[in-house]
Design a protein around this ligand. Structure first.
Ligand code: ADP
Ligand code: AMP
Length: 214
């Protein structure tokens, strides 16, 4: 089963992906995580990506497509995958179709998490992530039991450098201009499913699970 999670930054894609991959046993492929890892390791990819990520801009398609092409060829993707944050442009969606076809795979579901735009800033500026295991929290909406400490692995929580008010503005503009048109693209292919991402986290998970179980 190959699934794509769509939705604006802060919609809850990563939060839901953590839960869905543990139920459905498919790998979670987040291009944002891949860029952050490369940036922290200061690889050539990371150094190139940093110039865009730090400004809240999308990384160019050729760079991003290459990461996904390589990742989807790994054996752990044989039974499926959950793409989170990719594709984000029509050119990426076209490239994904080519990659999938060349690997004899197909996209089964595109889940769009719709969230009121007014909620996104608060979600993103309050987001905290575990340095060790990557689990996502929110200081108000989904707080850890102990301030700054991951419930799952006791790792230290940090705030992403692009989760500032200024960068969130640019990221949302990028979403509206370049990513939102993809909704029509996937609706046209009959793959798009809408889930109300404003709801409680558990409720969103159960709606997504039902859609995937079809
Ligand atoms: P995305 O991956 O789409 O950018 P995240 O999953 O990281 O979004 O969620 C953004 C922030 O909002 C996180 O701090 C997360 O804890 C919080 N969050 C996610 N889903 C919900 C929800 N349904 N209700 C309230 N807060 C949520
Ligand atoms: P995310 O973790 O999904 O919020 O992504 C963080 C940042 O990584 C984005 O603001 C972009 O700079 C970059 N990024 C992640 N995925 C993509 C993508 N599919 N295309 C281009 N840039 C991306």
């Amino acid at each position: 089963m190959n699934v794509i999670f769509m939705g604006p930054p802060g919609a809850g894609k990563g939060t839901q992906a953590e839960r869905i991959v543990s139920t459905f046993h498919i790998p979670h492929i987040s291009t944002g995580d891949a860029f952050r890892l490369a940036m922290s390791q200061e690889t050539p990819l990371g150094i190139e990506a940093k110039g865009y990520v730090d400004k809240g801009l999308l990384v160019p398609d050729e760079i991003t497509n290459g990461i996904v092409r390589e990742r989807l060829q790994q054996p752990d993707c044989n039974e499926g995958s959950l793409l989170d944050g990719f594709p984000r442009t029509i050119a990426q969606a076209d490239a994904l179709d080519v990659i999938m076809e060349s690997l004899g795979k197909k996209i089964d579901h595109v889940i769009n998490l719709g969230v009121d735009r007014n909620l996104l800033l608060a979600r993103l500026t309050g987001r905290r992530i575990c340095k060790s295991c990557g689990a996502t929290y929110h200081v108000v909406f989904n707080p850890p039991k102990q301030d700054g400490v991951c419930d799952k692995c006791e790792g230290e929580l940090y705030q992403r450098s692009d989760d500032t008010e200024e960068k969130v503005g640019t990221r949302l503009d990028e979403y509206v201009n370049k990513t939102a048109p993809l909704l029509e693209y996937y609706r046209g292919k009959g793959l798009l499913r809408e889930v109300n991402g404003d709801q409680d986290i558990d409720l969103v998970t159960s709606e997504i699970s039902s859609l995937l179980r079809g």
